[in-house]
Each structure stands twice: as C-alpha cells, then as structure tokens.
Design a protein around this ligand. Structure first.
Ligand code: THU
Length: 129
C-alpha cells in the first residue's frame, strides 16, 4: 500500500470531536514497513495528539527508528503542514533529506523535506560536552 493510501485510510479513524479536523499520517521505515497514525483529541484539549505522533509511536513500538519517507493528509484547503512539535518528532527519526509529502483530500500535494520543515533543528549534537 502506498503512503498516500495508508494515510488516507487511517485518517478516517481520527478522533476529532472538538476540531472536526481529521488528519492521517504514514511513515515508511528503512525496512520498507509502513506505520500509520491519526489525530486523537481529548476533552482536556492539550492532551490531544497529532497524526504524525501516532505514526511515530506505532513505529517505535514495533521496534523501528529510521523514517525514510512521510506523508500527511487532511481535509484542508491547502496541504496540511506538520505542527512545530511534530517537526521535531520527525527530525528525531529522519535525516534532513527525508521527503515529506503534505496533502489535501482534494488531491493537492506539496513536497518538502524534514530539514526544510525544521531549519536549525535541536539535535543531540547540541548536548555534547
Ligand atoms: N493536527 C495533526 O494531527 N497534524 C498536523 O500536522 C496538524 C494538526 C491535528 C491536531 C488537532 O487534532 C487538529 O489537527 C487541529 O489542530
């Protein structure tokens, strides 16, 4: 299944009673496996989680840590961009040149990279002594 298909399918499961804004995300790892996530909101609003965070959590739970491609889709007028926190989460498991496709359910797609999404990323190199 393509990342587009996987992200589109999981998006339907999003739990969004508050924003009504469904997001689906899919990541492919170095092994070729695909992991998916959708946003899961909570009545305590800050406890909600993004689609990207769900996909990354599923990947790590399965024992994988190397993202080679990512795809995010929402029913937005323009391709949905990962929030700041999710850019940092992607950067934890993806090199800067990893492609990220941002899409709309209407068929628009915009391609970028993890590095372009988060210039000046905070990395473990900053913590070296
Ligand atoms: N959201 C995501 O899941 N991913 C994004 O890339 C952008 C925003 C979710 C969070 C919240 O459930 C809803 O979209 C509105 O912000």
């Amino acid at each position: 299944m393509s990342l587009k298909e996987a992200a589109t399918k999981v998006r339907e499961n999003a739990h969004v009673p508050y924003s009504k804004f469904k997001v689906g995300a899919a990541v492919r790892t170095a092994s070729g496996a695909v992991f998916v996530g959708c946003n899961v909101e909570n009545v305590a609003y800050p406890e909600g989680t993004c689609a990207e965070a769900g996909a990354i959590a599923a990947m790590v739970a399965a024992g994988e840590t190397e993202i080679v491609e990512a795809y995010v889709i929402a029913g937005s007028p323009m391709p949905v961009t990962p929030c700041g926190g999710c850019r940092q989460k992607l950067a934890e498991f993806a090199k800067g040149d990893v492609p990220v496709t941002m899409a709309t359910t209407g068929g628009r797609e915009q391609k970028t990279t993890v590095g372009d999404l988060l210039p000046g990323v905070f990395s473990s190199a900053h913590m070296e002594s």
